[in-house]
Write a protein that binds this ligand. Structure first.
Ligand code: HEM
Length: 407
């Protein structure tokens, strides 16, 4: 096929995952939504482009997530440790239930003061510096420190955890988009992660402490505990999902405020808008752009019938900008999710069985950051256009250099 033979829709499919389009995949999504609810994608999949169908699929348990490793990493000879993110009932329910026991609203609520203190410290340093890479100075340390402290990872090892999980997060992208050295880095990181957390688990078995690793080691349901493999898989998803995503939420949110001065002014005038603003950032510029599902029955969605075994790639970040669901979808409006305003839910935490277990933690971290910015930062501007990482699934910037002033 020559380049002239590529239709605009085929080009949009390619661009929606192309590394050079990471700064703005949204124009491609617009073309894809215009072409229909389902657009043929790579590997015999269909891209799900619109909100109604994406929501219907995520809410329907006949669509399984267990085949994702095959769909995205089929050719790979390295196994990502199994996590309940990629399991179905009854294993999914058993493991999610066990983790849920350790990862309660109370545990998360107890972090509120620590989050506030940490964000304040970091912001004080940033304001003193005046010019910073906001990802390094704020977006990484907040979720990384909190998830590591919650788990009980010693402070000296936080940086090691960050480096391992960056390689693993990169490796969540389809294998065909990864360079050989990235695949090798993923393999090495998975081995290192298994060994590192295997040691911590052993230490906690011998000497329990008041932390989440100990709670997971001790969590049991009807006398059954997590196996070692299940423990490592669970820790992997908590660590990787627990900060790689939130880093981008913080980065994307600050960038959106810089690009929308009126909304920044609004937040400064009323820092309590931080709560609804978290959801608007999630909708407007989602950290996780897609997930996959495979039909486990004959399933009708909208005007299409899927046969068992057919797979789809659900483009949540496209659904979040669907004009049929959201009036003025390209407008960043931090009051969109104010109580009392009727607004469709965004799909950025997923929905249904696999709805993000860490959503309360992510919300707590992001609202703390936005509130502190609203109260303390008076001026915020970009020093240069931010570069993006090549990641497609967990999409975000590699640097966000800003100038800031405040108190
Ligand atoms: C802004 C931050 C976050 C975003 C955008 C996000 C997004 C998501 C999405 C989209 C899913 C569902 C995937 C699917 O259905 O295929 C998910 C699941 C999950 N997330 Fe998050 N996440 C975030 C933060 C966190 C945090 C902080 C944690 C934990 C510390 C976490 C832990 C999990 C877990 C364990 C699952 C699997 C749930 C299951 O399969 O039952 N996430 N997340």
């Amino acid at each position: 096929m020559t380049s002239q033979d590529v239709t605009p829709v085929q080009l949009a499919v390619i661009d929606s995952v192309a590394p050079h389009m990471r700064h703005n995949p949204y124009d491609s999504y617009t073309v894809l939504r215009g072409a229909g609810s389902f657009v043929p994608g790579p590997h015999d999949t269909h891209l799900v482009t619109r909100h109604a169908e994406a929501q219907a699929i995520l809410l329907d348990p006949r669509w399984s997530h267990a085949e994702e490793p095959e769909i995205l990493h089929g050719d790979s000879d390295v196994e990502l440790p199994g996590s309940f993110l990629w399991m179905e009932p009854p294993d999914h329910a058993r493991l999610r239930g066990l983790v849920g026991k350790a990862f309660t609203a109370r545990t998360i609520g107890g972090l509120r003061e620590r989050a506030r203190q940490l964000v304040d410290e970091l912001l004080t340093r940033m304001l003193a510096a005046g010019e910073v890479d906001l990802l390094e100075a704020l977006a990484y340390p907040v979720p990384l420190t909190l998830i590591c402290e919650l788990l009980g990872v010693p402070a000296a090892a936080h940086e090691q955890v960050r480096v391992m999980s960056a390689s693993i997060a990169r490796g969540l992208d389809p294998d065909l988009l990864l360079a050989p050295e990235e695949l090798a880095a993923r393999t090495a990181a998975v081995h290192e992660f298994t060994e590192f957390f295997g040691d911590l688990v052993e230490q906690r078995r011998r000497a329990p402490r008041p932390d989440l690793i100990t709670a997971l080691v001790q969590a049991e349901e009807a006398g059954v505990r997590l196996t070692q493999t299940e423990l490592i898989g669970t820790l992997l998803i908590l660590v990787v999902a627990g900060h790689e995503t939130t880093v981008n939420l913080i980065g994307n949110g600050v960038l959106a405020l810089i690009r929308h001065e009126d909304e920044f002014r609004r937040l400064r005038a009323d820092p309590d808008l931080a709560g609804p603003a978290v959801d608007e950032v999630l909708r407007y510029d989602a950290p996780v752009h897609l997930t996959t599902r495979t039909a486990h029955a004959v399933i009708e969605v909208g005007e299409r019938t899927f046969a068992p075994g057919e797979s789809v790639i659900v483009l949540m970040a496209s659904a979040n900008r669907d004009p049929a669901a959201f009036p003025e979808p390209t407008r960043f409006d931090i009051g969109r999710y104010l109580p009392g305003r009727r607004t469709e839910r965004h799909l950025s935490f997923g929905l249904g069985l696999h709805y993000c277990l860490g959503a309360p933690l992510a919300r707590l971290e992001m609202s703390t950051v936005l509130h502190a910015i609203g109260v303390r930062v008076t001026k915020l501007s970009l020093l240069e256009e931010p570069p993006y990482r090549p990641n497609v699934v967990v999409r975000g910037m590699s640097e966000l250099r800003v100038r800031l002033e405040g108190k």
